[in-house]
Design a protein around this ligand. Structure first.
Ligand code: PMP
Length: 326
């Protein structure tokens, strides 16, 4: 029998899927890692599991303990599922610029959600800092700390990277990914470069983020925004992203993202979120620059249903001059 015994064993081992239209157009194999098939619905299940396990191993988290995190949503969702499976309560701090769907899912999962005003990281009231301070007040509480806890990128060194290497029989030429915490791009890049230093690793950045400039010039200066994407872009270089072996960076506009997301939906049947649109659009740019014959892997980070009220709301798109038919 082939049986998974629990929630945790269902995290990872996601399929690699050919993006047909863009592969045919570019003459490359553009392959998406189907992270939306994780049991909590996103790539962040991996980071959530590795961080909770690390806190358990160190003894910081034990039965009766609480997990606290600051998150744009998906990490919190992963944490809430795993906390239910392991018997811990969790408290999630979220900025108030995220989709309501994510807040609703978190509450349904039993998380205590604290939605706080969106302020820059340098401000003490930033959601990440509030989460850290609150965890400190709990005798048996831990702060998962996805931005600077490198158990996050270790998840991708130990699971995502090896899966991609095996699934492509070691023939991968390039990996491209957007960055929120940087765990995915850093961890996968570290693993792949260890197997073959010639694998090209590339950042896909949304507008209004400092990371494109950081990779291109070494200076984390903000690019012009904003972007309607969620969970990606950053104004600072986190501990997870610091030192990542990244060769190049592309910027992707919201319109390019919307075009890709709607093409995937209407022509290939994939109902996926905005960071996936950024990733696949950047993979296509990279394919055009590298020329035919390359195998390029990217991440299909999460499904579309959390973005019903924004990305899949035509009124919302119209107000921002974004056109799903472009
Ligand atoms: N896409 C989505 C939908 C996310 O929620 C996140 C994480 N915030 C990312 C991409 C980026 O992943 P990472 O944190 O590993 O950089």
């Amino acid at each position: 029998m082939q049986v998974l015994n629990d929630f945790i064993s269902a995290v990872g081992n996601t399929p690699l899927i050919r993006m047909n239209r863009l592969s045919d157009e570019t003459g490359c194999e553009i392959l998406g890692k189907a992270e939306f098939l994780n049991p909590g619905g996103s790539v962040k299940d991996r980071a959530a599991l590795w961080m909770i396990r690390e806190h358990e191993k160190s003894g910081a988290l034990s039965p009766g303990g609480t997990v606290v995190e600051g998150t744009a949503g998906n990490t919190g969702i992963g944490i809430a599922h795993i906390c239910n499976a392991r018997g811990y309560p969790c408290v999630i701090y979220m900025p108030d610029n995220q989709s309501q769907e994510k807040v609703d899912i978190l509450r349904t999962l039993g998380a205590e959600v604290r939605v706080v005003p969106t302020v820059p990281y340098r401000d003490d009231a930033n959601y990440q800092k509030q989460a850290g301070r609150y965890a400190d007040t709990l005798p048996n509480g831990v702060w998962a700390n996805q931005f600077d806890n490198t158990a996050n990128r270790l998840a991708h060194v130990e699971s995502t990277g090896p899966e991609i290497w095996q699934q492509t029989d070691g023939t991968i030429d390039a990996f491209v990914s957007s960055v929120g915490t940087g765990g995915t791009l850093a961890g996968v890049s570290m693993f792949l470069k260890d197997q073959n230093p010639n694998v090209r690793t590339v950042l896909a950045d949304c507008m209004g983020s400092a990371l494109f400039n950081y990779v291109r010039t070494g200076d984390a200066t903000m690019s012009e925004g904003p972007s309607m994407t969620e969970g990606i872009g950053n104004s600072r270089v986190t501990d997870n992203f610091a030192g990542a072996p990244v060769d190049d960076a592309y910027q992707v506009t919201d319109q390019e993202m919307v075009t890709v997301v709607y093409q995937l939906l209407r022509e290939e049947g994939w109902f996926l979120g905005s960071s996936t649109g950024i990733n696949v659009a950047a993979a296509a740019k990279l394919a055009r620059d590298m020329g035919p014959g390359q195998t390029i892997v990217t991440m299909l980070c999460d499904g579309g249903s959390k973005y019903q009220s924004r990305l899949f709301n035509l009124e919302f798109l119209r107000e921002r001059d974004l056109n799903p038919d472009a």
